[in-house]
Design a protein around this ligand. Structure first.
Ligand SMILES: [Zn+2]
Ligand SMILES: [Zn+2]
Ligand SMILES: [Zn+2]
Length: 107
């Protein structure tokens, strides 16, 4: 386990988009500004480490759940389908092959 700064609120502990109120706590870290990720972790390709769902802009990334990092265990290589972007080119949804991580496990 590794404790990192919450990507969604950038460590502030507050809902960055103030959807509920200015005082609402961040739903990802529960207001602590920190989240735990299992090692080894890489930057989430789908949201580019921001923790924010790319096409909505106000909800958490469904790939990393807002943490900005995803756990990938084992040897990996770039996903050939999305070319490491984590996104389906036509739909903009998380890549089916890599699940939005941008990498796949080496065979
Ligand atoms: Zn947070
Ligand atoms: Zn993400
Ligand atoms: Zn992919």
């Amino acid at each position: 386990m590794n404790v990192i700064e919450c990507a969604f609120c950038k460590g502030k502990g507050k809902d960055p988009f103030e959807l509920l109120s200015k005082l609402a706590t961040c739903q990802v870290c529960g207001g602590t500004g920190k989240v735990e990720v299992k090692e080894p972790a890489i930057k989430c390709a789908f949201c580019k480490g921001t923790g924010v769902y790319p096409h909505d802009g106000r909800v958490t990334c469904t790939v990393c759940n807002g943490k900005g990092m995803v756990t990938v265990i084992g040897e990996t290589e770039g996903c050939p389908k999305c070319k490491g972007s984590g996104q389906e080119i036509e739909s903009g949804l998380p890549c089916i092959k890599c699940g939005g991580k941008g990498v796949i496990l080496k065979k």
